[in-house]
Design a protein around this ligand. Sequence first.
Ligand SMILES: [Ca+2]
Length: 172
Amino acid sequence: MKSMMRIMLTGLAAMTISTSAVAQTEEKKEYTREKIQLVDGPTNIDDESAEMIADGHYYTKWCYDNASDLPYTLIVSTKEPIRLGQYGLVSAEDSYYYPGRNPLDWRVSGSNDKKSWTKLDERKFNWTMRDENEQEYIFKVKDAASFRYYKFEFLKMQKDTRIQLSEINLYK
Ligand SMILES: [Ca+2]
């Protein structure tokens, strides 16, 4: 009986070790930021054009408002296809002074021809982003295939219909 108990306990200990080993591997996964280019996106004024989400500066932003144009759609590309592991949305340089312009509902899709799109992530009523300046908020993507084009569709903002973002960062 004693030896039976010992075997069971040893088995349990082995299971615990293997579970924590998996968790550790996942936590240690490191992501590399990929350089992106804007392919398409709506613009109200040149100083705050859609290009500003991909210029590498947190102090420049895309600011857009046109309710009839919702969802606001940005398409960005990477040089080579990447398997997207996570993406970052960066709040604007004055979000503290102009609250409510962060996105609330959005979708992310991937493509290699800009015609056929695969949905990779969808967030609804997501209040993760705060009214703070130049903060990056990371969102994980599960099991994505490799794509060169990424489409961000912003359906709702935290208040009204104006959006502003400093940067979009893609990580493989
Ligand atoms: Ca920028």
